[in-house]
Design a protein around this ligand. Structure first.
Ligand code: XBP
Length: 250
């Protein structure tokens, strides 16, 4: 196991509520009578990519104005600015175990990477919340529009593997959503699921394990599915064991 490849939204932090607020503020600023409720947003999250999500919603909203792609691009750019303000204000806490696992990986020479559908500025502002030096901990960050197709297409994971110079079997992906699991599986990468608030009802067949989060020594995480049933703190050694088990079954 040479590298850990992290998804961002829902894995590093519970960010989607921040995205939802930013979308709604951008709609209000643009004078659009659109308000995405948490219930609606949970459904809209099946469309990955903010611009694609806006376009999908407008297409299925008879009373909404039909915006040109350029208008949607401007709206999404403003949404990204508003989201960055929300994250920079410290309102989005990191999930348990994420920074602990990053430090363990660095101490043991395991590479770190990001493979996400969200826009690059959103990744940078979030990682900076952990410290100015944290951006440099990642060998590669593949985000948003850097690839042709967003998750559940495997593009971001294939690009991350290329940039890391490793084969899929040498990595473990950490994801929170069905779309993210499919993307990583299509790239051939064994995947651990730490489901989030908006993805807790989704299906995760084929994951190394499905957990509520990565755990901390004082906060072991519930394992919903996987090689263990007891509450677990996901350390590199635990991940190596699950990774070996998956390889032996392949
Ligand atoms: C989550 C997404 C993104 C975010 C919004 O990406 O699908 O679209 O919801 O961010 P991931 P943008 O789970 O791969 O991190 O508006 O920048 O797309």
């Amino acid at each position: 196991m040479q590298a850990l490849i992290f998804d961002v939204d829902g894995v590093i932090a519970e960010t989607e509520e921040g995205h939802r607020l930013a979308f709604n503020r951008a709609f209000a600023e643009a004078g659009l009578d659109i308000e995405w409720s948490p219930e609606l947003y949970e459904r809209l999250l099946w469309v990955t990519g903010g611009k694609e999500r806006i376009a999908h919603y407008l297409y299925h909203c008879p009373e909404c104005p039909k915006l040109l792609d350029a208008d949607i691009g401007r709206l999404h750019k403003r949404k990204t600015e508003l989201y960055n303000q929300i994250v920079a204000s410290g309102e989005v806490p990191f999930r348990p175990g994420v920074q602990r696992l990053w430090r363990e990986a660095r101490a043991q020479g395991v590479k770190l990477a990001i493979a996400t559908t969200t826009s690059l500025p959103n990744v940078e502002v979030l990682l900076r919340q952990a410290g100015a030096e944290v951006l440099g901990w990642f060998e590669t960050i593949v985000a948003g529009d850097m690839v042709a197709q967003k998750k559940p297409a495997p593009d971001v994971y294939i690009r991350a593997l290329e940039n890391l110079g490793i084969v899929p079997e040498e990595a473990v992906a950490i994801e929170d959503s069905h779309n993210g699991l499919i993307a990583a599986q299509r790239a051939g990468i064994p995947t651990l699921i730490t489901y989030s608030h908006y993805t807790r009802e989704q299906r995760f067949e084929g994951a190394l394990a499905v957990m509520e989060h990565l755990g901390e020594p004082e906060l072991p995480a519930r394992v919903v599915a996987g090689p263990r049933s007891c509450a677990t703190v996901v350390t590199l050694d635990v991940l190596r064991g699950w990774h070996r088990l998956a390889a032996s079954r392949a």
